[in-house]
Structure formats: C-alpha cells, structure tokens
Design a protein around this ligand. Structure first.
Ligand code: UGA
Length: 454
C-alpha cells in the first residue's frame, strides 16, 4: 500500500520505517527541511534502538522517502497516518498541530477524486477524531465523511523499545468511522503483523490509549503509595511486599510450573515516580477530559498527586538524614526519566534538582547521555547546579547522593566506591537498585523508597 505519514517524531518515524520494511511504500512528511534531509540520507534524526538500520534498509529498497510537500504525498497515497505532537498545556492537550495537519490534508482531499483514509495515530482525547478532526476535514475538503475515510489507530510504543513494540504488537486497535475505513487500515497490518486486530469506533480507540497508559501509571502510583505506608512502619520492605503480591497466579501465571513474570508486573515497583512524554501528559489529559464531562476522576487525579509528591518525599528524607541541605554538595545520579534514553521530559530528576536548589544545596547532576537535554530545561548555574557525565566527579566529596535513574553504570557502583568518593556517605536510592545491607555494611547511610528510616 502507499501510505503517507504526517509528522516524523518517534511515533511517526518508527511507524513509517517499520511499515516500509514490511513492504509498504511510505512517504514521510515533516515541515522541517533538516529532518527530511536526514531521513532521505538514511540517518535517523532521533535515537531509537534498531531504527537506524531499518531506516537504511527502507531507504535503500526505495520503500521510504521523506518530503516537506504534504499535498503531493496525500495525492499519491491511500492513507494518511497523522502522528504529530499533542503536548499538554493549560489544562488540556494542545491540538494545534493536529488541526493544522488535517486542515492541510482536507485541502488536498478537495481535489483528490480517489478514496483516501485519514487515520489519527497521535494521542487525542475521546471524541476528538469524530468531532474536531472530522469537522475540519469536511470543511476543508467540501466533502462528507464517507467519501473519504476516517480512522483512529492508537500507538503503544515505549521509547527505547519502539521498533520492537511496533514489529511485535500485542494488539492493533482500529477505531473506524465505517467499514470501508476499517478495511483500508486493516490492510496495512493484516498478514504482516501477528496480533489480534480489534475493530471499535473512533472514540473507543481514543479511550483505549488513555485507559492503557493510566493503568500502567496507576500501578506505579499504587506501588509508591504502598511504599509510603511501609516507610511509616519499622520492618516492612515494600519490595518484599510487592514481590509477594505479584506472585499471585492472577498476576503471574505459571506455564509448565515456571513463572511467566509478565512485564506488567515491572510497573508494580516503588520508586521516585514516573516521567516521560506520555504518562504524565496522558493521565492529566484523561482527568481533565473527565472533568469536562462533569465527572471528577478521583483515582486518576490521585495517580498524578502521588507522582508529584514522591520525588519531594525523597528529598525531605535526605534533608532530615543530613541535617539540612543548605550549602551541601548533593550528587543526583540520573536525569533521564528512565534508563536507555536521553529524554528528560517530566523526569522526577527535574523535580528533585529544583527542590534541592530551592533548599540551597549545591547540585551536581550526572547522566551518561541526558545531561545536555537537562541543561536545556534547567540550565547550569555555576556551583549551585552543574552537570557531569562522570559519576566519580559528581560523587567526589559529596555530602549526599540521590539515585534517580536506574542506569546499569550506576548499579555497578560498589558500596566501597561510594564510601571512598563521598565526604559523607549518605545515599537516597530512588529506584531501590542497591542492596541496603551491603551499603550499610560498607558504612553508608542508606535511605530507600519503601523502607523506614527508623
Ligand atoms: C509509555 C507506555 O508504556 C507505552 O505503552 C505507550 O505507548 C507510551 O507511553 C506512549 O503513550 O506513547 P514510555 O513513556 O516510553 O511508554 O515509557 P515506559 O517504559 O512505559 O515508562 C514510563 C514510566 O514508567 C517511566 O517513568 C519509567 O521509569 C516507569 N517504569 C517503566 C517503571 O517504573 N517500571 C518499569 O518497569 C517500566
């Protein structure tokens, strides 16, 4: 099939490249010349494991090309997949990029006689596709929906594993305006991907995406709430509690006597909070969507409330342990929102750094690859905040350290190394990657999420 992808962020580009590798003819559209040039030269403009080699394969087979010319791309293809950003701001998601893209597509559909399906892949709150998007398309094209197709096909791609998630999907959800739209979008996947294809209506498809992300985020906030309760009581370790919880066969079925350890259970883990470009934005958007419908989604709101206080709780505990943060050198280990990414968006590290600085600590934040991005969000300020990519210099003579991102290079720091480098060996472990007993045996003061300080 000939497919146009509008927007080449991590969702759009991964979608385009994977569909091209699966044999489709893909045209990626982006407004930025530098991104288009880079894609056509088979250089991925974003870092995503496995993407570069698939992009090279797709470009060399001439199955994929990029352009800034949306009109030509829509004219030459059967489906336009819209994968532009929908950032959250001012209490709701910002639809301006979606609106602009579909208006431009609608303008082209005015002149296009052949049937064309517009398929929204960006995360949008329920009813967006069959109200806002549909109205814009009908107005711009002068045609009623049905003469062109309309679909909503949410993505379930994790940053850092997006290629793998796309190539091996667990479900393909297609929200469709009518049967013809559904059948067209289904042809993109059928026979090429092994996963159940669910046909739903447009607004259900939109809701599936929010419900999925809210559930995963809820598991994390639930774990963090259990952790906070454990912290109030001597002798209860949240890790032991949650491990036992997830051994319930309803969470962890056995196959031939062996535990299957579903990946979902990894979200049942306490820490200093979730981040990234999706969970915080989607949970907030779902809560405000519910509010707009006259329903206050208390549990969804609590997910964010817990997540916002979780990093601050860790800083308070550290402050108590070292008797005040004023003028103290604190090493922050990790600024990326999770390991294996340089993405710092909504990272708990940002909240922790800001809180430490508010309390007049001298912060040295260290990350193997994300310091540049962190510096764009919270610029370095000489001695009160600086960045480093070397954990040794960050820990050298530090009064305390906070582990925020569970990078393997941080897990490998031994208790002895901490003690040797630091002035005062106090560590707040926001991901529970270190063993409390070994740390304490080496002389460290260890503060762990879900473990009491008493
Ligand atoms: C998330 C979802 O997992 C994807 O299914 C979804 O498609 C994507 O959002 C999206 O909406 O586009 P992503 O934000 O890349 O993907 O990150 P995750 O790997 O799920 O991590 C999200 C947060 O959960 C991070 O803060 C991470 O530290 C935390 N997390 C993740 C855990 O606490 N434990 C884990 O095992 C995994």
């Amino acid at each position: 099939m000939k497919i146009c992808i509008v927007g080449t962020g991590y969702v759009g580009l991964v979608t385009g490249v994977c569909l091209a590798v699966k044999g489709h003819q893909v045209i990626c559209v982006d407004k930025r010349d530098d991104i288009v040039k880079s894609i056509n030269e088979a250089q991925s403009p974003i870092y995503e494991p496995g993407l570069d080699s698939l992009l090279k394969e797709a470009v060399s087979k001439t199955n994929l090309r990029a352009t800034t010319g949306l009109a030509d791309a829509v004219m030459q293809t059967e489906v336009s997949i819209v994968a532009v950003g929908t950032p959250y701001g001012e209490g709701r998601i910002d639809l301006s990029q979606i609106e602009q893209s579909v208006r431009e597509i609608g303008d082209v559909l005015k002149q296009k006689d052949k049937y064309h399906v517009v398929c929204i892949k960006s995360t949008v709150v329920p009813t967006t596709t069959d109200t806002t998007v549909r109205n814009i398309l009908e107005k711009a094209s002068g045609k009623k929906t049905g003469r062109f197709g309309l679909a909503m096909n949410p993505e379930f791609l994790r940053e850092g594993r997006a290629v793998e998630d796309f190539m091996k999907p667990d479900r393909i959800v297609i929200g469709a305006y009518d049967k013809k739209s559904f059948n067209t979008v289904k042809r993109i996947y059928k026979g090429r991907f092994e996963a159940p294809i669910l046909r739903v209506n447009l607004r259900t498809a939109e809701m599936v995406k929010y419900a999925s992300n809210a559930l995963l985020a809820a598991l994390i906030s639930y774990s963090n709430e259990v952790a906070s309760i454990c912290e109030q009581t001597r002798g209860i370790d949240v890790n032991e509690v949650l491990e036992a919880v997830t051994l319930d066969k309803r969470f962890n079925p056995r196959v031939k006597g062996l535990l299957t350890n579903p990946e979902m259970n990894k979200y049942l883990k306490a820490g200093c909070g979730f981040g990234g470009s999706c969970f915080p934005k989607d949970v907030k958007a779902l809560a405000s969507f519910a509010d707009s419908k006259g329903y206050s989604a208390e549990m969804i709101k609590s997910i964010m409330k817990i997540n916002e206080t979780q990093p601050l709780r860790l800083v308070s505990r550290l402050e108590r342990a070292i008797g005040g943060l004023h003028g103290k050198k604190v090493a922050v280990l990790g600024v990326a929102f999770k390991p294996n990414t340089d993405d710092v968006r909504e990272s708990p590290a940002l909240i922790i750094i800001e809180e430490l600085m508010r309390k007049m600590a001298q912060v040295v934040a260290v990350d193997p690859i994300a310091v540049e991005n962190a510096d764009k969000v919270i610029p370095a300020y000489g001695t009160s905040l600086c960045y480093s990519s070397d954990y040794k210099s960050a820990l050298q003579d530090a009064d305390a350290a906070v582990l925020v991102t569970g990078w393997p290079e941080f897990s490998a720091i031994s208790p002895r190394e901490f003690v040797a480098l630091m002035k005062d060996p106090v560590l707040a472990d926001g991901r529970r990657i270190y063993d409390k007993q070994s740390m304490e045996a080496a002389g460290m003061v260890y503060i762990g999420v879900g473990l009491t300080d008493m």
